[in-house]
Design a protein around this ligand. Sequence first.
Ligand code: GRF
Length: 208
Amino acid sequence: MTTKIAVLVSGGGTNLQALLDAQGRGEIPGGEIALVVASKPGVFALERAEKAGVEALVVARKDYPDTDAFCEALLGTLESRGIGLVVLAGFLSILNGAFIRAYENKIINIHPSLIPSFCGKGFYGLKVHEEALKRGVKVTGATVHFVNEGADEGPIILQKAVDILPGDTPESLQKRVMEQAEWKLLPQVAALFCAGRLRVEGRHVHIV
Ligand code: GRF
């Protein structure tokens, strides 16, 4: 059975594009990107979805009185379409416990560092790379993990290391981490999930 995938975005959507391209090359055989949801209107990710012929819509936090009402609407949207995998690809709105429990071990997130370094509350976007450079680490990377109720604390699925080079800026590092790690890892994990190859045991994910 094909797993229907929803990709949740808030920005440019290069990770969404990597997923669409991988699907186009036949690299996610058990899955189908069926829906893209943006947390605000006007983001470029919506154009990428439309161009690929994927249903795209906006569910904006600011249109709801609180996080619970927002998450209930989002959950209804996903469930009504039979979504089986939720991919957070640069999605910046908070998901509540009810949403996370409804899709337990079916929500994956990409984070642009090697968790548990440079992650948790406040670590998103360029800030992650700024902090890695400040600390003087020689290697950083990206992590795809299942989402639980802690910030970047869910079971780790795949990680990929990326070298930090002399003269790197947050921008140059962000670009290298995306090209060498994020855009490869996210489609790989989506494919493994849709092939039924991920088994979660506590904090550990086994690839079977
Ligand atoms: C990426 O750096 C991803 O790791 C983070 O948000 C960014 C999204 O970029 N979670 P894009 O919208 O996929 O280009």
